[in-house]
Design a protein around this ligand. Structure first.
Ligand SMILES: Cc1ncc(COP(=O)(O)O)c(C=O)c1O
Length: 431
């Protein structure tokens, strides 16, 4: 299937546009650094950062595994043709069925909750002749090792099994006792600065666990959270150098696979958001410029404080001290940004917001308007549309509503004689 608007001169706004050469550059630079420092490594692309199907398939085609953190993301990876043994399965709320499926089919599974430990032990006891391998997500005291880095308000990291209070060792003991091999450690932590110290700390703790508990891990998963961009500091090379320096103290790089789960560092920069001015108006001394886009796309959690990097296409030669860019949705909060000393915007002027590929598309809700168009721009400037704006058809899917005669109906083509199915068993979807 292709969309009728292939190769338009401009994207139909509002739209995200992926700069493919930039996407290539970042990927190649990440993969080169990874291969130089730890040839035996896996790039698990973090679906949650931006699961645009085109993007996910792009990473699959360039050797990446899928890094998924829920049953739904796992099913998405399978739907997008990742073999189960090229999926890293993380997250705190895996279902029993899908955990069993993933363990059986050779996914790289990192456990993150006690019920998962129980379920992994259970399947191992049922199948004493098979080897089951799991990783454990480690909850370690990054706040003490690198103060001020945790992003949580209470300065406590919530994921994984705590190392200091015995929960990590208790989980490991339960698994070992049941015959499950502790084959990996998962060290992901989000940090404020994304500094090398954070990765040094993660790798150091991993090395200490391996040495202190006599483990022979098949993998150490350092997680994601890297900083990235063209000429970024620290560089991808810096990260891998520091990680290697610490890990080699306890593991053999030939024997232990290094897993990384980058998202933002690879996809934030190559994504632009394009919008067009649809109205300009004055209220007292305030100039409002209404665009066809929305803060629900550029800042879906409504908490951005740093300024946008923007390009303004306007024929205007006159500048204004302040113009408030407001979005197309009907809430006072849809205020995108205030422009200072920029050309006086007019209806039809085009705006491009840069570096918006991480945690924008996935957090976009369905408030008033739905998911926007997405295009990919090639090196020659040609645009290919890879997602068509969601409309009413997509909004209505999986819904039932009154037909007016006491019966329920669904979208056209929906068979209302069939009782709605309970949630599908994921293993059935996969089979
Ligand atoms: C387990 C895990 N892996 C990878 C990532 C990707 O992080 P980022 O997009 O910052 O690289 C996250 C995000 O928080 C995560 O929770």
């Amino acid at each position: 299937m292709s969309f009728p608007t292939n190769s338009p001169a401009h994207p139909q706004t509002p739209a995200f546009v992926v700069d493919k050469p930039l996407l290539d550059d970042l990927r190649i630079s990440f993969q080169s650094a990874m291969a130089a420092h730890w040839p035996n490594s896996i790039l698990g692309y973090s679906f949650k950062t931006n699961a645009l199907p085109w993007l996910v398939a792009y990473y699959r085609d360039h050797g990446a595994w899928a890094e998924v953190v829920s049953d739904t993301e796992y099913e998405l990876a399978v739907a997008l043709s990742f073999a189960p043994d090229r999926i890293v399965f993380n997250g705190p709320a895996k279902s029993r069925d899908l955990l069993r499926f993933a363990l059986t089919c050779g996914s790289l599974v990192n456990l993150d909750s006690k019920r998962e430990v129980t379920w992994a032990a259970e399947i191992a006891r049922e199948n004493p002749d098979r080897e089951f391998r799991v990783g454990l997500r480690v909850n370690y005291d990054l706040a003490r090792m690198v103060p001020g880095e945790l992003i949580s308000e209470d300065n406590v990291a919530r994921f994984g099994f705590n190392l200091d209070n015995g929960e990590f060792d208790a989980a490991a003991a339960e698994l070992t006792e049941a015959g499950v091999r502790i084959a990996g450690l998962h060290m992901h932590n989000n940090s404020k600065s994304k500094s090398l110290d954070v990765y040094r700390a993660a790798a150091r703790v991993a090395a200490e666990i391996v040495a202190g508990r006599n483990l022979t891990p098949d993998w150490i998963d350092i997680g994601g959270g890297f900083f990235g961009g063209v000429n970024a500091e620290p560089s991808f090379d810096d990260y891998f150098r520091v990680i290697r320096e610490e890990l080699v103290k306890a593991v053999d790089p030939e024997e232990t696979t290094l897993v990384v789960e980058p998202g933002g560092c690879l996809v934030a920069v190559p994504f632009e958001y394009h919008a067009t001015v649809v109205d300009v108006k004055n209220v007292d001394d305030t100039r409002f410029v209404v665009i066809d886009g929305s803060r629900t796309d550029t800042d879906p959690l409504f908490r951005r404080t740093r300024p946008y990097e923007m390009t303004i296409e306007s024929a205007s030669t006159h500048t204004l001290p302040a113009q408030k860019l407001v979005g197309a949705t009907l809430t006072e909060f849809d205020r995108v940004t205030t422009l200072h000393d920029e050309p006086e915007l007019r209806v039809g002027d085009r705006l491009t917001f840069h570096k918006l590929g991480a945690y924008t598309l996935p957090f976009k809700g369905l408030f008033i308007d739905y998911l926007p168009n997405v295009y990919v721009r090639a090196a020659d400037g040609g645009l290919t549309q890879v997602r068509r704006k969601w409309g009413v058809t997509q909004f209505l899917q999986n819904n039932l509503w009154s037909r007016g005669d006491g019966q329920l109906r669904g979208p056209d083509g929906y068979d209302d004689t069939v009782t709605p199915e309970p949630l599908t068993d994921p293993s059935a979807v996969i089979a």
